[in-house]
Structures are given as structure tokens and as C-alpha cells.
Design a protein around this ligand. Structure first.
Ligand SMILES: CCCCCCCCCCCCCCC/C=C/C(=O)SCCNC(=O)CCNC(=O)[C@H](O)C(C)(C)COP(=O)(O)OP(=O)(O)OC[C@H]1O[C@@H](n2cnc3c(N)ncnc32)[C@H](O)[C@@H]1OP(=O)(O)O
Ligand SMILES: Cc1cc2nc3c(=O)[nH]c(=O)nc-3n(C[C@H](O)[C@H](O)[C@H](O)COP(=O)(O)OP(=O)(O)OC[C@H]3O[C@@H](n4cnc5c(N)ncnc54)[C@H](O)[C@@H]3O)c2cc1C
Length: 636
């Protein structure tokens, strides 16, 4: 029945202050206030409805996305929302769109790599959305290998301009989000050529389309690359293809022939290339920035799937009826708990590692401004490794949540298939996860000698076991006199172990902070222990081979895990309520707040266009002749 909370009995079991946990999850009272207010604003506005997406064609879907993006912008302007509130609004609209790349990459790239003069020119236009940008780095032939990009930018000292060109088919820009049909400008990455000499890959701001009639400019061929995985999902995004035919461009982002560059390099009016003494990797800075935001995204996506699966696991009953009594809630089965609760713990773990990574990025950015590059290698390794670890775990976790919901998890109305289809490219974009782990492995090879010293420092026992595992995995590999390439598969395992160590240790550090609210810290300690012991159980071979734990320890850890699952069980619904997601944002009948699932599933089924007629289109043409055919062969 509507209005009845079918999960009230579960909520009454909670042993902690849920409102206080909501603040912990949001990050601060202010952050909670903004999230709560904006999510409800979006949920209550029919202009942001999304329950019809799976019934739209690609063109209808894309046009609807443009409508929503324009409507969101109007809402932001009309309500005079702050940058923080506007970002939250775009998040809760929950639709991959060109605006993600405009705000998430184009603007950060100019802020991170542009000169003062370029920032003054481009940022006001971008902030007012008087230009719409994308980040055009990947090409048809190269994505991971940035130094293999083929697009050229040749400096013409006669005209003080750069000529951008796509010399080959494989140099076509391919994948950039927003490029296909919307972006008016791109930050295009190209090989700089000055005076016949090549100086590697740099970024250039290039106008693509007319601001008058949106037609591609002279020398620009641009379009969409076609349908992607899943039906609705990421097809709201116009990932594009772009070819330059000797396009004149006067706005280099890394170069301004008339302005001294603060960062990467400069080309003087006389056409001289001057490499400043900053690491060339700063040209990769935007990727580092986006990777740390993707870790926060992972906690959002995983928590969303876990919220759906947890609520439905409490609603769903199957088997176990005694004397005609109610059947057992599937959340009470130990197998369901052993699959679901580590994902719940991971969602919280990724939330806190995302907070730490945001601090690390801000710290390294501040240091860079003081020409202190000392922490850049670690920042790169951390953002690359944690982006890889959290997106892989989240993609796998969303799929596990679908399976935890049985058959109904496969319905679009569960919200899980769409969430999975939208989320999985995160394992590829912003760096293929394996390629990024190889970067971590390379960093570990260079710093393995320091791992030992870090072991001796006063660390909680749990961390010591994880640190010993990494050191052991590295020494087993480094000790073998074979090349990096030969050992890369093993080194990637050590890289994963290193990233898991970071997540565990930062979760433990989080618990050393003051955490207000009755029972809140205790719940987080349970979740931290579940995360750490679940991984120890999953990788116990590694831990046993270090000698750091014995088989008896491993067995005790498994017993402790079961006990921890029993401690989480009465608090599970409250722990997912703490995410404070509206039913609109969850987009899931299985995960609806009141748990009134079956009537909503049944009602939703009849809304499918296929049920608009009792007799389906095609019956008279195809089925009736089948049913009425004379059976001519006696055997049938
Ligand atoms: C809630 C549900 C939904 C939630 C999801 C939201 C849905 C909608 C969201 C939509 C938003 C989507 C946003 C993303 C869109 C996607 C954008 C993109 O994909 S942009 C393109 C990304 N491309 C890449 O990441 C390319 C990966 N490749 C590289 O980074 C590099 O090629 C490489 C690092 C692999 C290799 O670099 P290279 O220079 O060729 O050489 P080395 O490996 O030898 O490195 C040399 C040296 O540099 C150091 N290094 C490398 N990278 C960096 C760096 N980034 N920062 C600092 N230092 C770096 C490296 O460690 C080496 O150091 P050394 O001391 O010499 O060892
Ligand atoms: C949805 C989506 C949105 C995107 N948006 C953008 C965007 O806005 N802008 C942009 O510039 N790009 C974008 N991209 C492109 C994305 O950044 C690249 O696809 C990504 O960097 C992976 O590169 P690749 O496609 O070349 O993969 P490849 O490197 O070709 O990967 C193929 C396989 O080769 C393996 N491999 C590659 N190199 C090595 C190695 N050295 N050692 C071991 N294994 C290796 C990989 O692990 C993988 O298994 C997007 C991609 C997607 C899917």
C-alpha cells in the first residue's frame, strides 16, 4: 500500500544515529545540506524525469538529453545556484552528457594548463556556456599511448599561427565526449612541430563549430561514432570523431606565442621553442585531476547499487516458511550477506579514499604552483592505481548487485542494468585500468627499497599485514632477473595489493578522527574490518606466503567475518539510508525507500509500450498465418 513503510521494521533495528551517518557520508553538514536540498529539487521537477529513457530511440534520447542539459542550465541561472550546487544538480540529473566533459575536463584543463591570459580569455566564456568544450586526446589509432598520437600542430612563424592537421585515418580524434554533435571548441592534443623539429604532445584550444549556426568550420570534419553498449545508458553522450584538414589555430593551450607560459613551454614570436624546467608530464595534469574525481564517482555508483540490492534483499522472501509463517528474508541467508556486505563496506571505503585523494590532489597542485614537483610521481601512482582499483571493484559490484536481486534485477525498472551500462566504461576511460596499474607497478619498482622503512613505522597490525604483502609480492618479482614486460602480469598484482593497502590504511585513519553520532564510529569500524578481512580472505594465499599470518589466523579471520556480517545485519537498511538517495536518483523499483516493490513492479509492467495493445503489432502478419497453417506433414 502506498504511504506504508514496508521497511519500517528494518529501520527500527538500527543501532546508530542515521542522521549523523548521513553527515559522515556527505562529508560535512554543509555538504549534506547542499546534496539533500538539490537532490530533492531535481526529484520534484518533472523536467528531470528519467523513467522513460529505455523506450526512446537514440535520436529521441539524445534530443531529450539536450533538453535536460538546457533545462538544468536554466534552473542553475534562474535559481542563482553556486558552482557547488550546480555540480550537485548535474550529478542528480544523472544523465551522461556533453556537460560532463565541458565542466569535468575542458574547464579544468584550461585552469590547470592555460596561461593567465588564456584563462582570462576562455574561462568566462566557458563558465557562461557561451562556448561548449570537449577534451580531444584519444585517436582512432591511439588512446593509451598518448606519446603515439599522430595529430600535428605546426607553428607558422610567418602568421604566428598553429596549423592543426590529421595526417592519417588513425590520427582521427575518436571517443571525445560531447565532440560528436555539440562541442563548439576542443582542447585537442597534437604533436608540436616548430621550425621542422618535433616537441612531443601538447594541448591546443581549437574552435570546431560556428557560434552562429553550429556548422563545422573550414577544415573540420566532425560527427558521432555511433551506438555504444546498452540501449539508453551512455548513448545520451555524443562521443565523436574529428578530422582536421590543415586547420589554422591561434589558441594553443600550452603555447601562446605572445605570452610567457607559466607551465609547460612557450613558442616565441620568432618561432623559438623554449622548454621550461617543469616535468613534461604536466601536460597529463587533467587526467590526474579526472582520475581522482572518478574515485569519488565509484563510491556513488557502488553505493547506489548496494542501496538497491540491500533494500530488495530485506523485502524479498524465499523459502524457510515455518508452519505457514512468512518465508525467510533473503538478506538473512549467510551467502547473501557474504556477497552483499563486502560491497556495502567497499562503498564506504571508496567514499573515504575519495576524500583523501581529493586532499592529495589539492596538495600536489599547491606544491606545483610553488615549483615543488616532489610528490608528483606519488600523486600520479595513487590517482592511477586507485582509479583502476575502485572502478574495477565498482563495475563488478554493480553486476553482483544485479545478481543479488535475482530475476527482477534484470528488469530495467530495477535500475541496475542501466547503472551497469553507464558505469562500466569507467574501467577504460581516463586510462585503461591495466595500463594504469602498470604505471603503479613502475612506481613501486622505483620505490620498493623504501617499502621496508615504511614497515618499521608504528602502524596498526592490519596495515602491517597489508604492507608485508606488497613488499613480499614486489620482492618475489624484483628478485627474479627478468624484464618488467616479462613480469608485468605479476607486478600488476602487486600494484593492486598496494592500492588495497592504501584503501585499508586510509579507512583506519578515518576512524582515528572525531566522528560524532551515537554508534556511528562503531558501525564504521565494523565496515572497515569487513573490508580488510574480506580482502585478506580473498587473497589469503598472498598473506600466508608472507608468513605474516598463519592458516589458523586465516581461519579465525573467516570466523570473524561471519560475526561481523551478523553485526551489520540489523543496521544494513540504515547504513544504505545514510546515502540519502531519493527514489528519483536511484531510479529503481527494487530499491524504493518504502520497500513497496511488488505493486510497483506490476504497475510498471503495464506501462511498457508493448502493452499498449492486447494483440501485438505483427500478429496478423506473422503469427496468425502460423497458427492457421494447414498441418501438411503427418509427423507433426
Ligand atoms: C553514478 C553512476 C554513473 C557514474 C559515472 C558518471 C557517468 C557520466 C560521467 C561522464 C564523465 C566521464 C569523464 C571521463 C571521460 C573520458 C575522458 C578520457 O578518457 S580522456 C583520455 C584519457 N586517456 C588516458 O588516460 C591515456 C592513458 N595513458 C597515459 O596516461 C600515458 O600514455 C601513460 C602514463 C600510460 C604513459 O605515459 P608516457 O609519457 O608514454 O610514458 P611513461 O610511462 O614512460 O611515463 C613517463 C614518466 O611520466 C610519468 N607519468 C606518466 N603519466 C603521468 C601523469 N599523469 N602525471 C605525472 N607523471 C606521469 C611516469 O610515471 C614516468 O615517470 P618516470 O619517473 O620516468 O618513471
Ligand atoms: C565511454 C568512453 C568515453 C571516453 N571519453 C573520452 C574523452 O572524452 N576524451 C578522450 O580523449 N578519450 C575518451 N575516451 C577514450 C579513452 O580514454 C580510451 O579508450 C582509453 O584511454 C583506453 O585507450 P585505448 O582505447 O587505446 O585502449 P588500448 O590501449 O588499445 O587497450 C586495449 C587493450 O590493450 C591493453 N594494453 C594497451 N597497452 C598496453 C601495455 N603497454 N601493456 C599491457 N597491456 C596494454 C589494454 O590493457 C587493453 O586490454 C573515452 C572512452 C570511452 C569508452
Amino acid at each position: 500500500m502506498e504511504g506504508v513503510d514496508h521497511l519500517a521494521h528494518e529501520r527500527n533495528k538500527s543501532e546508530f544515529d542515521v542522521d549523523a551517518m548521513k553527515i559522515v557520508w556527505a562529508g560535512s553538514p554543509h555538504a549534506f545540506d547542499v546534496s539533500d536540498r538539490i537532490s530533492k529539487l531535481v526529484a520534484s521537477d518533472p523536467g528531470f524525469r528519467k523513467d522513460n529513457r529505455s523506450t526512446l530511440s537514440r535520436k529521441e534520447l539524445f534530443k531529450n538529453t539536450l533538453r535536460k542539459a538546457a533545462y538544468a542550465w536554466k534552473t542553475i541561472v534562474d535559481l542563482r545556484l553556486s558552482e557547488e550546487e550546480a555540480a550537485k544538480l548535474r550529478f542528480y540529473v544523472d544523465e551522461p552528457a556533453f556537460t560532463d566533459l565541458h565542466w569535468g575536463m575542458f574547464i579544468p584543463a584550461i585552469k590547470g594548463q592555460g596561461t593567465e591570459e588564456q584563462q582570462q580569455k576562455w574561462l568566462p566564456l566557458a563558465y557562461k556556456m557561451q562556448i561548449i568544450g570537449c577534451y580531444a586526446q584519444t585517436e582512432l589509432g591511439h588512446g593509451s599511448n598518448v606519446q603515439g598520437l599522430e595529430t600535428t600542430a605546426t607553428f607558422d612563424s610567418q602568421t604566428d599561427e598553429f596549423i592543426i592537421h590529421s595526417p592519417t585515418l588513425t590520427s582521427s580524434k575518436w571517443w571525445p565526449g560531447g565532440l560528436g554533435k555539440v562541442a563548439t571548441h576542443a582542447i585537442a592534443y597534437a604533436r608540436l612541430i616548430v621550425g621542422g623539429r618535433e616537441h612531443g604532445v601538447h594541448g591546443f584550444i581549437v574552435q570546431l563549430r560556428s557560434l552562429e549556426d553550429h556548422s563545422p568550420l573550414l577544415g573540420i570534419t566532425v560527427g558521432d561514432i555511433g551506438m555504444k553498449f546498452g540501449n539508453g545508458a551512455y548513448n545520451t553522450m555524443d562521443n565523436g570523431v574529428l578530422q582536421f584538414d590543415h586547420v589554422l589555430d591561434v589558441y594553443s593551450i600550452a603555447f601562446a606565442s605572445i605570452a610567457v607560459m607559466l607551465w609547460v613551454s612557450q613558442v616565441t614570436c620568432e618561432g623559438k621553442y623554449k622548454q621550461s624546467d617543469v616535468p613534461r608530464q604536466l601536460v597529463y595534469g587533467t587526467m590526474v585531476y579526472v582520475r581522482q574525481t572518478i574515485v569519488a564517482d565509484a563510491s556513488c555508483a557502488l553505493s547506489r547499487a548496494v542501496c538497491i540490492a540491500t533494500r530488495y534483499s530485506a523485502v524479498r522472501r524465499q523459502f524457510g516458511s515455518q508452519n505457514g509463517g512468512p518465508e525467510t528474508q533473503v538478506i538473512d541467508y549467510k551467502t547473501q550477506q557474504s556477497r552483499l556486505f563486502p560491497l556495502l563496506a567497499s562503498a564506504y571505503a571508496f567514499r573515504f579514499i575519495g576524500e583523501w585523494l581529493k586532499w592529495l590532489y589539492a596538495d600536489v597542485t599547491q606544491r606545483l604552483q610553488a615549483n615543488d614537483f616532489s610528490t608528483l610521481p606519488e600523486a600520479h601512482a595513487c590517482t592511477a592505481g586507485l582509479k583502476s582499483l575502485t572502478t574495477t571493484a565498482t563495475a563488478d559490484g554493480i553486476e553482483e548487485c544485479r545478481k543479488l536481486c535475482g530475476g527482477h534485477g534484470y528488469l530495467c525498472s530495477s535500475g541496475l542494468p542501466e547503472l551497469f551500462a553507464v558505469y562500466v566504461p569507467a574501467c577504460t576511460y581516463e586510462g585503461d585500468n591495466t595500463v594504469l596499474l602498470l604505471q603503479v607497478a613502475r612506481f613501486l619498482m622505483k620505490t620498493v627499497s623504501q617499502l621496508g622503512s615504511r614497515l618499521s613505522s608504528k602502524k596498526p597490525v592490519g596495515t602491517i599485514a597489508y604492507m608485508t604483502r606488497v613488499e613480499h609480492l614486489m620482492q618475489c618479482r624484483c628478485g627474479v632477473q627478468r624484464g618488467f614486460a616479462e613480469l608485468s602480469a605479476d607486478l600488476v598484482e602487486a600494484a593492486v595489493a598496494h592500492c588495497q593497502l592504501i584503501v585499508v590504511s586510509k579507512f583506519i585513519e578515518k576512524l582515528q578522527q572525531e566522528i560524532p553520532g551515537k554508534g556511528v564510529k562503531q558501525q564504521l569500524e565494523v565496515l572497515c574490518n569487513i573490508y580488510a578481512l574480506f580482502l585478506l580472505h580473498k587473497h589469503q594465499g598472498d598473506f600466508l606466503s608472507t608468513g605474516c599470518i598463519t592458516p589458523k589466523h586465516a581461519a579465525l579471520a573467516n570466523d570473524e567475518l561471519r560475526s561481523l556480517y551478523s553485526q551489520v545485519r540489523p543496521n544494513a537498511i540504515a547504513l544504505v539510508d545514510a546515502f540519502n538517495y531519493t527514489d528519483h536518483y536511484l531510479g529503481s523499483i527494487l530499491g524504493c525507500y518504502d520497500g513497496n516493490v511488488y505493486p510497483k513492479l506490476y504497475e510498471a509492467a503495464w506501462k511498457d509500450p508493448l502493452n499498449e495493445s492486447v494483440v501485438p503489432d505483427g500478429y496478423h502478419l506473422y503469427i496468425r498465418p502460423l497458427l492457421k497453417q494447414e498441418i501438411r506433414t503427418a509427423r507433426l
